[in-house]
Write a protein that binds this ligand. Structure first.
Ligand code: FAD
Length: 395
């Protein structure tokens, strides 16, 4: 196992850092996968296009669609890390997920059309998987797509749709065969978010921001040519594409180190107190362990020795540490911790309060930690299957 970066990767990192410093669309005020203000969206589209044009995104795509076959497999992680280090915006939406689905399961025409429009920032995608009754148990989804000639007519409701308010296209899962076993009757579609019958309703969250939405589908019509993969074969499409996004994990390591630095500044006056010093020492230790876990997972990825539990362990460890670190940042402020962004005299513009409230999102998104723990037991440790569970897993 080798975790040290090679000189080539260090040179790549310097290039990305300089590029980000020159072109990025400003500092992102909040941590997490957040929706920008509407007036920033055009700048994020332009920024996305520049990243693709420079060869910093879409690196792992097939060469005919702009991928770079000779690139080092860690380059996508370095790009994500440098975007996080600059605390600027990554491209918004679910394009990485949708591109993975189209590349693996789409037709040549779909690949040419959708991938080129992702590259130019013309299409922002959202992920239309989760429903009020189908999250951890995604295969329970009820949104129905009925075939009528050359179109599918879709009815149902999605929820948690991140950046749905800005999306041009949706990567939709809907049930096409209600009589088949639940994993078998699902189809993956590309939905034009501006079609009649698509109603996006933003949800205001505990953070006070509006990062995700409900999406109501009422007789929305999708051309049959927008099916990704096979009709009734959507479960395989979804599970395969969900396994693709790894680079964000590395960015989370960078974010935690940045937060730890900020915590030291915030704690300056309290450092005389030994309990505060001990608490910070513990959080610093866990931040380093988190980085080591990311490094180990990357090393295994490079050597083809990935373990089934790697990603799940990393996600649980990160999300619980992020929760505790941001909680400590709020606690350090004493009664001032009750202030929020916009209040006079609030520390760091209320960043800690927002980050603490948002930290719950990380313990749910991408698989609730409780569900992941069961999966680690079953898939990572080979323990017997939980008798109380049916099939609750997303993957
Ligand atoms: C910030 C954020 C952004 C998201 N963005 C998107 C998006 O863009 N598109 C999209 O489709 N989805 C999105 N999601 C949805 C996400 O995938 C789901 O929230 C997740 O799969 C959990 O599903 P659920 O919320 O329905 O919770 P549920 O499945 O209802 O679970 C609720 C709680 O019950 C417990 N639980 C459930 N099942 C079990 C079990 N088998 N064993 C033990 N405990 C269990 C867990 O504690 C869990 O936290 C997003 C979620 C978040 C938090």
């Amino acid at each position: 196992m080798r975790l040290e970066p090679t000189p080539e990767l260090e040179a790549f990192r310097r290039r990305v850092r300089a590029f980000v410093a020159e072109h990025a669309p400003g500092v992102k005020a909040h941590t997490g996968v957040r929706a920008p203000a509407a007036d920033l969206v055009p700048a994020i589209r332009t920024w996305t296009a520049k990243l693709y044009e420079a060869g910093f995104l879409g690196i792992t795509w097939p060469a005919e669609y702009g991928g770079l076959p000779d690139a080092h497999p860690l380059e996508p992680s370095i790009v994500a890390e440098e975007i996080a280090r600059a605390r600027t915006w990554p491209p918004i939406g679910a394009a990485t997920l949708a591109a993975a689905a189209v590349i693996e399961f789409g037709t040549d025409a779909q690949r040419a059309h959708y991938l080129s429009r992702i590259r130019t920032g013309e299409d922002i995608w959202c992920q239309l998987f989760s429903e009020p009754g189908a999250g951890s148990d995604l295969a329970a989804l009820q949104t129905r797509a009925r075939r009528e000639g050359d179109v599918f007519v879709v009815d149902g409701q999605k929820v948690w749709t991140t950046n749905g308010q800005y999306a041009d296209l949706g990567y939709l899962l809907a049930r096409t065969d209600p009589d088949a076993p639940k994993h078998r009757g699902i189809t993956a579609f590309v939905l034009d978010m501006r079609s009649p019958g698509v109603d996006v309703r933003p949800l205001r969250e505990i953070t006070g921001t509006t990062d995700f939405n409900e999406v109501f589908l009422d007789d929305a019509r999708i051309p049959a040519s927008n099916v990704i993969g096979e009709v009734d074969g959507g479960w395989r499409v979804a599970m395969s594409s969900l396994g693709h996004e790894r680079s964000g994990v590395a960015a989370r390591g960078v974010e935690l180190f940045a937060a730890l630095d900020d915590l030291l500044r915030l704690a300056e006056e309290a450092l005389e107190d030994s309990a505060t010093r001990q608490a910070i020492g513990e959080l610093a230790t866990r931040t380093h362990v988190n980085a080591a876990m990311i490094g180990l997972a990357q090393s295994r990825m490079l050597h083809g020795t990935e373990q089934p539990a790697d990603a799940m362990l990393g996600k649980i460890f990160f999300s619980e540490l992020n929760h505790d670190l941001t909680a400590f940042g709020v606690r350090l402020q004493g009664t001032q911790g009750l202030l929020v962004e916009g209040d006079p005299d609030v520390a760091a513009d209320g960043w800690w309060q927002d980050a603490q409230l948002y930290s719950r999102a990380y313990t749910i998104a991408g698989g609730a930690n409780e569900v992941l723990r069961t999966q680690i037991a079953e898939r990572g440790l080979g323990l017997p299957r939980d008798a109380g569970q049916t099939d609750k897993s997303r993957s």
